[in-house]
Design a protein around this ligand. Structure first.
Ligand code: HEM
Length: 514
């Protein structure tokens, strides 16, 4: 399949198609001033490049969509223009361009079609807003992440205890799929920190309401991802299943909001209700409009749940396939003073675990939870590289053009990370390692948490949650090995599903040894 792609793309990639990028007169001035040259163009053979869209869907069905994107970028160039459904967009994995989009030219870009596309599920929240509205939401959310105000470590510890019980209960002949449990874990932690009331889905084997919520949330996001690939034509995909999923998510959150509002009528809402700062309390102090409160909550639930669950799942997938790395990490976990005293790790201990830090860094390099992202130019602008025959000249981006950046592909570039870029090697992040590649100044070439003004707000929260979970699991089990048979191809190219995040399509089945 991929050889065929290669041949097709070579045919399609024609530098004569530069003509399609000839700037209009007023653009020409800006373009000339900056010495812009057009990037290579990728276009399909069929009208509107519908064949390209079919290829994407075929790769998605084979659960290899990221592999497909990497192959396209390798052949079409790290920055290229793409013609699809009569619309031109830019794809880039050049760190200089990504820095310009997210930071130096931040004001020249918006979220584009994503705003409308995401609205049926996410309403008006941080992931669908720009400008002053976005800034308002970001300021509103920031206090959640101030760990002096929010005691989220307590929520994490409680949920991980519940998860360890579920791991024991769910293991069948020593094998358990950790991935679904990680999704329940992060849902329970985020709901506890944000709503003040955990879904307790890890304990809810019978009731299943947490599970139903998780399924509806997944379904909704799956639709958003498919719609996202269609750019301005996102509205073509929808229907009852999508509407039902969005309604379920909204009703679930509405119920919690209503209960909180009702409790507020009985008590003084100026005082936080339970332990620490609660986002829902702070929201209710600012507005009593249930839809506004719900939208903000759904956005933060989306941010907090799937990203960290995927990080955990890829971590254990990789650790189970790299016993040496696992052994070294377990040694670090079991040498903690708290472990020797029969206690759980402290925040300070987790922060001091150097090898754990390197492992997490490396997992997020190979499997950044948000593997592909997009912005749209709201002004004519110039990106620093990608133009001309050698790809070194600046390129002109006309107002309205969408620019997508694939962090997954960038973080596997051999010219940045070396020939072993596809290998799991945490020591590449060891500052003392003698290596021809010094990754200390990697800057925009490593970007799992995004960068610039819209950098992830939950980075510290996520790392703490992931670190604690990893350490507790490695302390609990002597070995965690591969729990299923797999082909060589599956080992090097694990099947994956993409919603807004990338998860393993086969889950994370491991064999636990005590
Ligand atoms: C491994 C875990 C995580 C990764 C890899 C990650 C990654 C990202 C990325 C790439 C973005 C940028 C999205 C965009 O602008 O299009 C983002 C934004 C954001 N993340 Fe995270 N995230 C993680 C965990 C979390 C957690 C646990 C929370 C909260 C509980 C969180 C809260 C946010 C928020 C609020 C934003 C929006 C920032 C803005 O637009 O101003 N993230 N994250």
């Amino acid at each position: 399949m991929f050889d065929q792609h290669a041949q097709d793309e070579r045919r399609l990639l024609s530098r004569t198609a530069f003509a399609l990028s000839i700037p209009l007169l007023q653009e020409a001035k800006l373009a000339t001033e900056h010495g812009c040259q057009p990037p290579p163009v990728l276009a399909g053979k069929w009208p509107l490049s519908l064949d390209l869209l079919l290829e994407v869907n075929k790769a998605d069905k084979a659960r290899q969509i990221l592999r497909f994107f990497v192959s396209v970028l390798e052949r079409a160039g790290p920055t290229h223009a793409q013609l699809l459904l009569g619309t031109k967009s830019i794809n880039t994995i050049d760190p200089e361009n990504i820095e310009a989009i997210l930071s130096t030219h931040f004001k020249n870009f918006t979220l584009g079609a994503r705003e409308q596309n995401f609205r049926p599920l996410l309403g008006h929240g941080i992931f669908t807003q720009n400008g002053a509205e976005w800034k308002y939401s970001r300021d509103l959310l920031r206090p959640i992440f101030n760990h002096q105000r929010t005691d989220y470590f307590t929520h994490i510890k409680r949920a991980v205890d519940n998860m360890l019980i579920r791991v024991r209960e769910d293991a069948y002949e020593g094998v358990v799929d950790l991935q679904p449990l990680f999704f329940l874990l992060t849902l329970d932690v985020t709901t506890a920190a944000v709503l003040g009331k955990s879904t307790n889905s890890l304990q809810d084997k019978g009731g299943k309401i947490g599970l139903q919520f998780a399924r509806a949330f997944d379904k909704g996001q799956h639709y958003l991802a498919i719609r996202g690939r269609l750019g301005d034509f996102y509205w073509v995909v929808g229907g009852k299943e999508f509407r039902d999923a969005c309604s379920f998510v909204h009703e679930f959150v509405d119920k919690i909001v209503q209960e909180t509002l009702d409790q507020g009528a009985l008590s003084d809402r100026n005082e936080p209700r339970t332990e620490g700062y609660l986002f829902i309390d702070s929201l209710i102090r600012q507005t009593k409009e249930a839809t506004v409160i719900r939208d903000q909550l759904v956005n933060i639930l989306l941010a907090g749940r799937d990203t960290t669950a995927c990080l955990l799942s890829w971590t254990f997938r990789l650790l189970s396939r790299h016993p040496d790395i696992q052994r070294r990490l377990r040694d670090e976990c079991t040498s903690l003073p708290s472990f020797r005293d029969g206690k759980v790790p402290t925040k300070q201990e987790l922060k001091g675990m150097e090898y754990l830090g390197r492992v997490i860094h490396e997992v997020l390099r190979l499997y950044p939870s948000v593997p592909i992202n997009m912005r749209q130019a709201c002004k004519d602008t110039v990106l620093p590289v990608g133009g001309g025959p050698d790809g070194k000249a600046p390129i002109f981006v006309r107002k309205g053009v969408a620019v997508s950046y694939c962090v997954y592909a960038m973080q596997r570039r051999k010219d940045i990370y070396g020939e072993d870029a596809n290998e799991f090697r945490p020591d590449r992040w060891d500052a003392n390692e003698q290596s021809e590649r010094d990754l200390r100044n990697i800057n925009w070439g490593y970007l799992p948490f995004n960068g610039g003004p819209r950098v992830c707000l939950g980075q510290e929260f996520a790392i703490l949650e992931a670190s604690y979970t990893i350490v507790r699991l490695l302390q609990a089990y002597q070995t965690i090995s591969v729990g299923e048979e797999e082909t060589q191809d599956e080992q090097t190219h694990p099947r994956h599903t993409i919603t807004l995040v990338v998860a393993s399509a086969n889950g994370c089945k491991v064999r636990l040894g005590v």
